[in-house]
Design a protein around this ligand. Structure first.
Ligand code: ZN
Length: 155
């Protein structure tokens, strides 16, 4: 028996968004453009925020320096807020590096062009996967079907 999809508010929001992206971008070409635009938007925004933070906050001290610090020459105390910002800057740098790698992989996916018949198949399948905007109802219906203990024709 297939596991029932989670119905918590986060998951429901995800299902709705997932289906909307299929419904509104039902061809390979549109999915390519959508994903590319989303990736670039993410990179632009995260990169700009990182630049802003780098202008206003000092780079964290390299960790091993403590050993070389003479006794008595205490390192300047860093406030917890600054420490949190520095941590976030490191995380953003990692995110940007990952996004850069993803972009390199995506470029290959986006080189692909398919014949119109195949695009038509995309649109067909998209219509089956995400048929109408009222898909909360569709999810509820799916759930009801899953909950039916015995289908009549199984007896
Ligand atoms: Zn959930």
């Amino acid at each position: 028996m297939p596991e029932e999809p989670c119905q918590c508010p986060d998951c429901q929001r995800f299902y709705r968004e997932h289906d909307r992206l299929i419904r509104e971008n039902p061809s390979l070409r549109q999915q390519q453009e959508l994903s590319w635009a989303a990736l670039q938007a993410f990179r632009t925004l995260a990169g700009r925020v990182l630049e802003e933070l780098q202008k206003h906050y000092p780079e964290p001290d390299p960790a091993p320096a403590a050993a070389a610090t003479p006794a008595g020459a205490e390192a300047e105390a860093v406030s917890p807020e600054t420490e949190a910002i520095q941590q976030a800057m490191g995380d953003l740098e990692n995110i940007n590096a990952h996004l850069f790698s993803i972009e390199a992989l995506m470029e290959r996916i986006f080189d692909v062009r398919v014949p119109e018949e195949v695009e038509q198949k995309f649109r067909e399948v998209a219509g089956e996967l995400a048929p109408d905007p009222l898909n909360a109802d569709r999810l509820r219906l799916n759930r009801l079907l899953h909950q039916t203990p015995d289908l009549p024709d199984r007896g």
